[in-house]
Write a protein that binds this ligand. Structure first.
Ligand SMILES: Cc1cc2nc3c(=O)[nH]c(=O)nc-3n(C[C@H](O)[C@H](O)[C@H](O)COP(=O)(O)OP(=O)(O)OC[C@H]3O[C@@H](n4cnc5c(N)ncnc54)[C@H](O)[C@@H]3O)c2cc1C
Length: 436
């Protein structure tokens, strides 16, 4: 018989980058792991499906593939292969990772988690009732687990801006539901937003749409240096109102004959299966209370969250978090009281505020200070030191991440990124302007 800790049953929700990292770490440390995912395959957002999901057909990564690999399973690319790849390369990599480490057999697919409740409200070491619904049969069942790790992603609940579109008679969709440009053939499309999705989708949809208007608000999207096609007009304004098939912009412009408005306005956090009093989403903006952004301060020995932050190399981000959770459960992190954990959380918020980092609208790990140091580097170093993990994320990955994050992707795509043979530095080789 194994030790007590070996027998603990761990439930992981989500089989994307974060959930797979947790499954690998816990299964290789002899915990009994069950992963639930409502999709039919591993890979999370990288699964393309016409009816559900978040990725579109022509999606290309905006980060070099070499930083998208888990530390223990590097991606080996041919010398002439592009660094910024089509979505299916990422999915193939994740599927191969899951096969290689025997993770696929741990996943129960087609299961939507509907509720997670503590067995005891007062015991911070409580077990959890996890209820799930089978997507095919509709049957609901409940199982009990010692530990729950939420790795359910943060790209499923759209953030919808408060715009008066009640009288607008065209279609309004969120980028989550955008799939293919051919669905907008000969249409006049308004794209709202200025982030990577807005820029990318404007160009993509323009290949089939008659006319695209990119309403970029206060942002100067020309900084992206994207060669927009001639049928994309940039309007540096927001929508103030919709009427019939027209939109009035905040700069007074009236855009007429619009068929579709595409909202590329981001996502909110949502844990619909968990009571807000356990982890609050603060209106979808930020999850609290969490120690080191992973440990539930209310249930620090049994409830954890992964992969919440934006702008990070998720394979590495999730690897360090999974190892931190394991160390925490095995009591290799400092034993803090609830008050001490809350103080640690508040101190980090104050530190980031003092640096000028945005607080409240998720943690953006790509935020830079002191000549390019990122919040991601701070976070990784903090988790590694607090749990005495050694080096999980190599410096070269942090360097490469900092060299590429928040840079115009059209510029980045002119280069190929590789790790040097000794894996200690990276090579950035110019290949061809405007190539993929
Ligand atoms: C359009 C788009 C483009 C992106 N491009 C890049 C890029 O180029 N480079 C990059 O590094 N990152 C990119 N990202 C970020 C990407 O989300 C991360 O790389 C990473 O895939 C997130 O992994 P995750 O495991 O946290 O979440 P996810 O991949 O979202 O996985 C979560 C899983 O949880 C499951 N789940 C959720 N709720 C439930 C439930 N109630 N019951 C059961 N299962 C549930 C979902 O089905 C899903 O499989 C992009 C994201 C989007 C949306």
């Amino acid at each position: 018989m194994g030790s007590l800790i070996d027998d603990r049953r761990v439930c992981i929700i989500g089989a994307g980058y974060a959930g797979l990292a947790a499954a690998r770490v816990f299964s290789s440390n002899k915990y009994k792991v069950v992963v639930y995912d409502e999709r039919k395959a591993v890979g999370g957002v990288w699964n393309y499906d016409l009816k559900e999901g978040q990725v579109y057909d022509n999606l290309q990564t905006n980060t070099p593939l070499v930083v998208m690999a888990y530390p223990e399973y590097p991606i080996v690319q041919a010398a002439d292969a592009p660094s910024f790849v089509q979505r299916h390369h990422v999915l193939a990599y994740l599927q191969s990772y899951a096969q290689e480490f025997g993770l696929t057999r741990l996943v129960k697919f087609g299961q939507t988690i509907t509720s997670i409740k503590p067995e005891s409200k007062f015991d911070e070491d409580t077990r959890w009732f996890v209820s799930k619904q089978d997507r095919d049969s509709g049957a609901i069942s409940t199982e009990i687990f010692d530990v729950v790790i939420l790795a359910s992603g943060n790209y499923s609940t759209p953030h919808l801006p408060s715009i008066d579109l009640h009288q607008f008679q065209g279609s309004v969709i969120h980028s989550r539901d955008y799939r293919r440009p051919c669905d907008y053939s000969e249409q006049t499309v308004v794209v709202l937003g200025a982030g990577p999705s807005a820029l990318d989708i404007s160009v993509d949809v323009a290949s089939r749409a008659k006319q695209v208007y990119l309403l970029s608000g206060d942002h100067d999207v020309t900084e992206s240096k994207i060669p927009f096609p001639s049928n994309v007009a940039i309007v540096p304004a927001r929508i103030s109102q919709g009427l019939g098939h027209a939109l009035v912009a905040t700069n007074g412009a009236i855009i007429e004959h619009i068929d579709t408005v595409l909202l590329c306005t981001g996502y909110r956090f949502n844990l619909p299966f968990l009571c807000e009093s356990i982890i609050s989403t603060n209106g979808g903006m930020r999850l609290t209370p969490l120690y080191k952004e992973v440990v539930s301060i209310r249930y620090p020995q049994s409830l954890f969250v992964m992969g919440l932050q934006r702008e990070s190399p998720m394979a590495h981000h999730a690897s360090v978090q999974a190892r931190f959770i394991l160390a925490h459960l095995e009591k290799k992190t400092p034993r803090l009281t609830m008050e001490e954990m809350l103080a640690d959380e508040a101190k980090e918020v104050e530190r980031r505020k003092a640096l000028g980092a945005p607080i409240g609208d998720h943690t953006k790990f790509g935020f830079k200070y002191n000549n390019g140091r990122t919040l991601f580097r701070d976070y990784v170093e903090d988790l590694q030191a607090t749990a005495k993990l050694g080096t999980v994320v190599p410096d070269v990955i942090l360097d490469l991440f900092e060299d590429t994050v928040r840079k115009p992707v059209s510029e980045l795509r002119r280069f190929r990124y590789r790790l040097s043979e000794d894996g200690k530095s990276f090579i950035k080789a110019y290949h061809c302007p405007f190539a993929s």
